[in-house]
Design a protein around this ligand. Structure first.
Ligand code: SF4
Length: 370
């Protein structure tokens, strides 16, 4: 495995490939009369493109814009506030991923509530939360799952395992979402002028390449499924530039070592067995129809939102925070007056500075001095 990764990080090959990509992108610039706008939808790509220096390297040749593909960042204040309220429920244990701890609700965070005595625990997977439920049969364990198609299948099989065990103290608060409805809501925006998409590699492991054909069919946009190593990212941008130069608006797979055409059918089956699609609240995008994965009615006894119904109160974003516009690709962290000046990873104002996949956190780490 190390040897394979070494190949995808070879500096000499990288230099050669970068030269070819730049030359192709410049031909595209001549054709379009401006730099092409390419959106990387996925937060892991945002971090990888900045960390490897590719955003800076290609800046004169292509505008690599960051999209809403960070599941923690797109979780709405309404949901965060409700989860914080559940943390205050007597006897409840909230189990969630580390990134969720510092996401600000309208008044406080899970981390602050933990400091005040709430039982909030960081877990690495939904199965860890189920183990906590086994160890604490007299308490309600609420697993807050935030993620796209990549992590939703694990949450689904965990709920199925809880059902099999007859475990009545384990509940899922599903913030899981699927990505295509958000793309359909965002990409046609004429202000963005998106020319092509770098498609999320991890989501595609589950969904397969074919999942994205709607981009060319319904939006007339080319897309390339991309890996995360430097040469994989360069070759994905190169493939996208080629498609645009050829005016071929297709979706192709440049992450063939991991992604198959049909994805992972057993993971997709688990999602289909457990979840229905409902309208979802996305920070920045608002309500997106049929985008949220919520447990099916027959699984209501394990659904935290059904078992512990709370009022949905609308909440305003923190003053001055531009996360909503950044998630839409309309602004960058540099446009935010609070960036690195009142908002930083140790004291985040908005969720884009919390998650290690958030655009503001990425720009803080890698782009601040470029
Ligand atoms: Fe929000 Fe902070 Fe990003 Fe500004 S820098 S948009 S305040 S998260």
């Amino acid at each position: 495995h190390k040897e394979i990764l070494k190949r995808f990080r070879d500096p000499e090959l990288g230099r050669q490939m970068a030269g070819r990509v730049r030359e192709r992108l410049d031909r595209l610039t001549d054709r379009l009369g401006r730099r092409a706008n390419v959106m990387e939808f996925c937060g892991t790509h945002t971090a990888a493109i900045s960390r490897t220096g590719i955003r800076e390297l290609l800046k004169p040749h292509v505008h690599l814009m960051s999209g809403p593909g960070c599941p923690v960042c797109v979780s709405d204040y309404v949901d965060i506030d409700r989860i914080i309220a559940l943390a205050g429920m007597s006897g409840a244990i909230i189990a969630t991923f580390g990134d969720m701890m510092k996401v600000p609700g309208s008044r406080t965070t899970l981390l602050e509530e933990k400091a005040r005595g709430a039982d909030v625990r960081v877990v690495f997977s939904s199965l860890d939360a189920l183990a906590i439920a086994r160890e604490n049969p007299d308490r309600a364990i609420i697993f807050v799952g935030a993620g796209f198609e990549t992590t939703a299948p694990t949450a689904a099989v965990t709920v199925e395992q809880a059902v099999r065990e007859g475990r009545d103290n384990f509940f899922l608060y599903s913030l899981h979402k699927i990505t295509p409805p958000a793309m359909m809501a965002l990409l046609p925006d004429p202000d963005l002028q998106v020319d092509g998409i770098l498609l999320p590699g991890h989501v595609s492991l589950i969904t397969g390449r074919g999942y994205w054909d709607f981009l060319s069919r319904d939006l007339g946009l080319p897309g390339v499924v991309a890996g995360f190593e430097p040469l994989e990212l360069l070759s994905a941008v190169d493939a996208l530039a080629s498609l645009l130069l050829e005016e071929r608006y297709a979706v192709i797979n440049a992450y063939g070592r991991a992604v198959r055409e049909e994805g992972n059918p057993s993971a997709l089956d688990a999602m289909a067995r457990c979840f229905d699609l409902q309208e979802g609240h996305w920070r920045g995008l608002g309500i997106v129809p049929a985008s949220a994965l919520k447990l099916k009615p027959e699984l209501a006894p394990w659904d935290a939102e059904v078992r512990f119904p709370l009022e949905k109160r609308s909440a305003a974003p923190p003053k001055g925070c531009l996360c909503g516009e950044i998630l839409k690709g309309k602004k960058t962290p540099f446009d935010c007056p609070l960036f690195a000046s009142g908002c930083e990873p140790a004291r985040p104002v908005g969720p884009c500075m919390v998650s290690h996949e958030g655009t503001c956190a990425t720009y803080y780490r890698y782009e601040r001095f470029t």
